[in-house]
Design a protein around this ligand. Structure first.
Ligand code: PMP
Length: 386
């Protein structure tokens, strides 16, 4: 049979992060700063709540939108933590990770050839998901000289009559950049002026170290234009549970639910029981984990700057995004040589978009000892290229 694979899928490039995982997996003694996930095991009380749900025989499907008890907890959490008001019955869907929340949101709003603006460097899934939905990802480079903040001139220039939405992620993957409240307000003015929607990926909201986190929907006039995407993977250290949520205006949530009921039915029941416990009793552990990431950020980013890998101070998440331009290597060459010569795995910046070229992403969600050893090896490596 010819064309067994649909042409739009044939055109899709595999994620550039995978290649490095595979390379590193076949080597011994590698320190991996490559993976984007917490190094904590999910807190015991959360695991226990999941086990208890199985003991109690809660093994059936839940409502399509998720257990009402969980949606109620999410609603309380969003109000208490971020000051946004979403109703459990009509404004929230429990999803299979923030990944599915993103997919649902994009599929619910994108018509063929609609444009969605993505600020780059960006999380690797955004553009492929937009393209799979038949839309066009319009990539706008951030300001590398200003800590990868938004370049407003470029942002405004990229808006056309087909622009449907802007996809934002802060704290950012891969740069760790936080947007200030002033920047968010400036974006909201543009959104209002051009009648746009905002997909606000707030998966790293719990990991904002210096400034208070502002949820986009709290800005004047933005609640009805914002689809808030978040989940349990990062702040709660629950990546393997595959649980996230999306909250938004009820008409859009209803549209997303139509897709969700056919495509996914519901998220995992046992994971949902764990998440209820995470929201009810997880605060203390989140604060502890956050403190630990902040300590590691302070050490790691200062060290990168000392060894000649200039890096802005990331305001959140657990990524550092240092420049490697001074080595004269491309980011692919740098990551490959560093892995082979010094056995440290980092992710080349260009996998996050063109404007990531000249940088690498290092996740500092590793033990301090491992980070210290990685710094030693990277120092030895970059010295050869001075
Ligand atoms: N958004 C961003 C910015 C991410 O970094 C990730 C995970 N790397 C996700 C979404 C997806 O997270 P989840 O595990 O909840 O699907």
């Amino acid at each position: 049979m010819k064309n067994r694979i649909a042409s739009h899928v044939q055109q899709l490039q595999p994620s550039g992060i995978r290649r490095f995982f595979d390379l590193a997996a076949n080597m011994e003694g590698v320190i991996s700063l490559g993976v984007g996930e917490p190094d904590f095991i999910t807190s015991w009380n959360i695991r226990e709540a999941c086990i208890a749900s199985l003991h109690n025989g809660h093994t059936s499907y839940t409502a399509n939108a998720g257990l009402i008890e969980l949606r109620t907890e999410i609603s309380k959490y969003l109000m208490h933590q971020f000051n946004v008001d979403y109703r459990p019955t009509s404004d929230i869907i429990v999803t299979v990770g923030a990944s599915q929340a993103l997919d649902l949101a994009i599929r619910a709003i994108v018509d063929p050839d609609d444009e969605v603006i993505v600020i780059e460097p960006s999380f690797v899934s955004y553009a492929p998901l937009i393209e799979l939905a038949g839309g066009k990802a319009v990539k706008v480079g951030a300001n590398p000289d200003k800590g990868f903040s938004i370049n407003f001139e470029k942002l405004t220039a990229s808006i056309t009559s087909r622009t449907k939405a802007i996809l934002l992620c802060f704290p950012n993957n891969p740069t760790g950049t936080m947007l200030t409240k002033e920047e968010l307000i400036q974006i909201s003015r543009i959104v209002e002026m051009h009648d746009l929607l905002v997909l606000s990926d707030e998966i790293y909201a719990e990991l904002s170290f210096d400034d208070a986190f502002t949820s986009f929907a709290t800005l004047p006039g933005m609640k009805d234009r914002t689809i808030l995407i978040s989940g349990f993977s990062k702040g709660f250290a629950m990546t393997g549970w595959r649980l996230g949520f999306v909250a938004g205006p009820s008409d859009i949530v209803e549209a997303m639910l139509k897709i969700h009921q056919y495509a996914m039915m519901c998220a995992s029941t046992m994971a949902q029981y764990g998440a209820i416990e995470a929201l009810k009793n997880g605060r203390k552990d989140i604060e502890e984990m956050k403190k630990s990431y902040k300590r590691r950020r302070n050490y790691f980013v200062a060290s990168l700057n000392e060894i000649g890998m200039p890096c802005h101070q990331p305001g959140g998440a657990f990524y550092a995004f240092p420049s490697i331009k001074q080595t004269g290597l491309s980011s692919q060459e740098f990551a490959e040589k560093l892995l082979i010569e010094e056995k440290v795995a980092v992710v080349p910046g260009d996998v996050f978009g063109k404007s990531g070229e000249g940088y690498v992403r290092c996740s500092y969600a590793s033990s301090l000892e491992q980070l210290q050893e990685a710094v030693k090896r990277m120092e030895r490596f970059v010295k050869n290229y001075r």
